[in-house]
Design a binder for this molecule. Structure first.
Ligand SMILES: [Cu+2]
Length: 130
């Protein structure tokens, strides 16, 4: 556990953690998000997010950004320094981050990585898993 926390702290220092301003949806999301460097704005939807496996996010990339793909997705629990990777599936603007395993209730940071083949960017947001 100490090692995991140390790793998380190092990651926070080197990558700069997303600010936790207390804004988080509980168990669902249905919103537009713009990536941190402005590469893309996408729609993210999910419902009935809960502890355990089988959770999915639906990520829609608009036709105006057709070159941008969702390339990776993960969920991280800032309070405990642990996380889990999701499986990305889809094409042509319609992607899913599949089988997200929220192995504990609480606040999770969802991390989505995008690429247009040249540039990479990411979106991070919080979900409270009941
Ligand atoms: Cu935890």
């Amino acid at each position: 556990m100490t090692r995991l926390l140390g790793t998380a702290l190092i990651a926070c220092v080197t990558v700069a953690c997303v600010a936790d301003d207390g804004a988080a949806a509980t168990g669902a999301v249905d919103a537009e998000y713009t990536s941190e460097a402005g590469l893309v704005s996408v729609h993210i939807a999910a419902n009935d997010l809960r502890v355990g496996g089988g959770n999915e996010l639906r990520v829609t990339v608009p036709p105006t950004a057709a070159a941008v793909r969702l390339v990776a997705a993960s969920a991280f629990m800032p309070a405990h320094g642990h996380g889990t990777d999701a499986t990305v599936v889809g094409d042509d603007g319609a992607y899913r981050a599949d089988n997200i395993v929220f192995f504990m209730p609480g606040r999770w940071e969802l991390r989505l990585a995008f690429s247009d083949g040249t540039r990479e960017d990411r979106i991070r947001f919080y979900i409270d898993v009941p």
